[in-house]
Ligand binder design. Structure first.
Ligand code: OOB
Length: 529
């Protein structure tokens, strides 16, 4: 066991509260009552109704034998049922694992083997994909999964809510210092990693984010990224908006027309996008003048490097404040402020959102580097985890002995005391904000009968930030092209966002002086092609 965070150290912080999300929802319902809490493309729900439905579903979960502490895979798109499910599980102290709709068998298996979930909640169908056969196959393969709950118009979730309505069962007590959610990590090694966030630290995360955004009950937050991701869920996202009594709009898909339609129709005041999405929204705005984004107050952009030129363009062309957001699911958040000058906002990722965040930038020997010099960004603090879920070995690499999380990101302090990110030190590829571990893709590729060896690198790309390039060693190139690779990866159940964008062949690997595959050389080769 390494360093263990002492939560009592943070008890005097404003916004820190030892309380579960279930109880938070009860208070919000009391305070904000009939106000609209959440809308999606089909429906809307008030704070009071949300509480009532979450109570019903919580009672139904208990009745089905879901126990406090059970892990539950949740794979739902942006719709109201996601929100009800989240709070229902919180109320009984069960722990949702935040899968993304894009995940398939390969990702699910790794997570199931690690966390042994007792149930799996899936949407019936989304963007043309039927989840039920996949869920059934997982239940068949893994005996830990006792239940599958299907979310559809007449499916299990709505049926369960109707069945138990009116019952006011007693729920197990939930302590704010217990785990509330398991978030997925982009990972710094190939093994999947889960990030345990407690009710208290996660609520604090939402509150500090909301505070930096000056969020209040008049705000309308648009969740356009998949809401199971930390950014739209809690930075301030869904949870931060509910805490102040605002309204959350859930866009059903992350496409520019869905986003711009929602902003126009709902009078959205704040939303969060990754840089690649901003670019396509701007293109759309250029040729379609019917959109009206004048209600926007803040555009949060984060998840991947924002090019200076795009930052300048947003500041020039958007009728709102740009907020640069550096975030991690492991904790640390650093945002610019709405009051900062545009010229400053365009060139940094601001300051950590909590006064109790401890941030260090260090060289290869873990010694602090001076202002203006890039090093690795390390962090420790009230809402940053002290270890991944059940991952003692990985934790030794990802955390310093005194509990600092190694982000694997290059950063420096600017002369105005702001953080400026400078790319990655870690191998992870950031493709339009999605995090991909090369070693994971390499392992999948090597399962193909014709591929002898594979090395995967991220290559700078104008639209995606980075694209995925796979270098292959094969006996015979015949019959393998990008299409075949995609077909094969789909067949073994790999999420679409992990598909290589480019493949190249090599006969022998370029090697470093210590005899490892020289990935920098591969990156250069990929760029030259
Ligand atoms: C967000 O969280 P994750 O866990 O998907 O990814 C974290 C990683 C960071 O370590 C960094 O490599 C990259 O994403 N990143 C950025 C960035 N924001 C995140 N790289 C450069 N510039 C930025 N502004 O991506 C996330 C979590 C909460 C809020 C926003 C993003």
């Amino acid at each position: 066991m390494g360093y263990k965070k002492d939560m009592s150290k943070y008890e005097n912080l404003e916004g820190w509260e030892r309380c579960g999300f279930g109880e938070q929802l009860d208070r919000w319902a009391e305070k904000y009552g009939e106000r609209t809490a959440v809308t999606d493309s089909e429906d809307e729900i008030s704070y009071m109704e949300l509480k009532q439905k979450a109570d019903c579903l919580a009672a139904a979960f208990l009745r089905k034998g879901i126990l406090k502490g059970d892990k539950v895979l949740v794979q739902l798109p942006n719709r109201i049922s996601f929100v009800i499910v989240f709070f229902a599980l919180s109320k009984i102290g069960a722990v949702p694992i935040m899968m993304l709709p894009a995940h398939r068998e390969a990702e699910l298996e790794g997570i199931i083997e690690l966390a042994k979930p007792a149930a799996y909640i899936v949407v019936e169908k989304y963007l043309g994909f039927s989840y039920v056969p996949m869920a059934n196959a997982m239940k068949e393969k893994y005996s830990c999964i006792r239940h599958i709950f299907i979310d559809s118009e007449s499916g299990d979730i709505s049926g369960m809510i109707a069945e138990t309505c009116g019952e006011n069962g007693a729920f197990p007590a939930v302590d704010g210092y217990e785990t509330a959610v398991l978030l997925l990590s982009g990972g710094t090694t190939g093994v999947p990693k889960l990030i345990p966030r407690t009710h208290t630290d996660y609520m604090y995360n939402a509150r500090m984010s909301a505070k930096r955004c000056r969020l209040d009950s008049s705000d309308v937050y648009l969740a356009s990224l998949p809401v199971a991701h930390n950014f739209p869920l809690c930075c301030p996202g869904l949870l931060g908006t509910l805490d102040v009594g605002g309204k959350v709009v859930l866009a059903s898909a992350t496409s520019p027309d869905d986003i711009l339609d929602a902003i126009t129709e709902e009078g959205v005041t704040i939303t969060a996008l990754v840089p690649a999405m901003v670019t396509v929204c701007m293109e759309m705005l250029e040729w379609d003048e019917d959109y009206d984004i004048s209600s926007l107050r803040i555009l949060q952009v984060g998840g991947a490097m924002l090019e200076d030129s795009l930052a300048d363009k947003i500041i020039e062309e958007w009728p709102c404040k740009l907020m640069q957001v550096f975030g991690t699911a492991e904790g640390l958040l650093s945002f610019t402020s709405p009051e900062d000058e545009g010229s400053l906002i365009a060139r940094c990722q601001g300051t950590p959102v909590s006064p109790a965040d401890e941030v260090k930038i260090v060289d290869e020997e873990d010694k602090a580097v001076p202002e203006g010099v890039f090093g690795e960004l390390l962090s420790r603090g009230p809402y940053t985890i002290d270890g991944y879920y059940m991952a003692e070995e990985a934790n030794k690499k990802s955390f310093t002995p005194d509990g600092f999380y190694r982000t694997g990101d290059k950063a420096m302090w600017t002369k105005d005391g702001r953080l400026r990110l400078g790319g990655r030190i870690k191998e992870q590829i950031n493709r339009a904000g999605e995090k991909i571990m090369p070693s994971e893709i390499e392992a999948y590729l090597c399962r193909h009968s014709k591929i002898k060896e594979a090395a995967v690198v991220g290559v700078p790309d104008e639209t995606l930030g980075n694209r995925i390039c796979a270098f292959l060693v094969t006996d015979d190139e015949a019959g393998i092209d990008l299409q075949e690779i995609h077909r094969f990866l789909r067949e073994i159940g790999v999420a679409a966002y992990k598909m290589p964008d480019q493949i190249e062949w090599v006969e022998t690997w370029p090697l470093t002086s210590v005899g490892k595959i020289d990935k920098k050389a591969l990156e250069r080769m990929a760029q030259e092609k």
